[in-house]
Design a protein around this ligand. Sequence first.
Ligand SMILES: Cc1cc2nc3c(=O)[nH]c(=O)nc-3n(C[C@H](O)[C@H](O)[C@H](O)COP(=O)(O)OP(=O)(O)OC[C@H]3O[C@@H](n4cnc5c(N)ncnc54)[C@H](O)[C@@H]3O)c2cc1C
Length: 285
Amino acid sequence: MIPGAFEYYAPRSLPDAVKFLAEHRDDVKILSGGQSLLPLMKMRLSKPAYVVDIGRIPDLDTIAEQGSHLIIGALVTHEQIEHSALLQQKCPLLPQTATTIADVQVRNRGTLGGSIAHADPAGDWPAAIIVLDAEIKVVGPAGERWVACDDFFLGLLMSVLEPDEIVTAVKVPVTGNDKTAYEKAAPRSSGFAVVGVAASLSIDNTGTCSRAAIGITGVTDKAYRPQRTEEMLTGKRLDTQIIAQAAAESTRNIEVIEDINGSSEYRAHLTHVYVARAIEQALKS
Ligand SMILES: Cc1cc2nc3c(=O)[nH]c(=O)nc-3n(C[C@H](O)[C@H](O)[C@H](O)COP(=O)(O)OP(=O)(O)OC[C@H]3O[C@@H](n4cnc5c(N)ncnc54)[C@H](O)[C@@H]3O)c2cc1C
């Protein structure tokens, strides 16, 4: 499988990359880890005339602490996140999520920015970052903007990104004492989520849940937070019964997809099971 012919450009600076993207915006693709783009190009589902490899742009591959937040560069790989001592200490949900992505080869090449920009409805990062209320830094011809991740994803492989805009970083809060977990059901062949669930819970010193955030991927056209489930958990001391009742509401008003991995009824049931499991694992963290 060989991709169609394209012109390759590897800029050394962000302004150069943005300029090139703006000049060719109707027929250009950004290359990061290539783990999603190259298969699409080889299958001729994507046939860009120009490919901009952003891998030589400095400073996009670092993880830094800034006050109460962590700034993760777009070119940081899944593997870097998995093994980052800083993230393990300050935001353990992200390293834990990284361990569930694909295999070692994909984790070594695939990047956080590429995954987010790709907006795969079965991608793991969208579920993890929506429970953290992350912000996504985007740079384009008009300058830079920060986009709340709730506003970033629009649907199947669709986001608010313009063709001449680059995701350059993701900002997440230090999670402190919050309890977090990521649980996923996935076929061994690809590792892509049939259902993936991120949970982030704040438990106060009386044992009451003061904030519940649940992020679900693989179930519909984009990752989502089940509002009713979160409401049912908030203000309660979480026991098995409350968790099960709240989890059973996690597909309410959601158009659950069906595909070769199962019917929508099966996937909805699996979602309820994995939401409960993620909450229980988070409470143990
Ligand atoms: C066998 C296999 C199994 C996988 N399993 C999983 C899994 O279990 N979970 C999971 O979440 N993912 C999985 N993936 C996808 C993997 O995580 C990819 O790394 C990821 O989706 C894309 O990241 P990338 O850096 O490779 O991006 P690329 O493939 O380089 O780019 C993907 C898309 O995003 C655009 N893009 C890239 N970087 C940027 C940027 N900084 N700004 C704007 N646009 C950009 C590109 O133009 C392209 O359209 C799997 C992939 C493979 C091949």
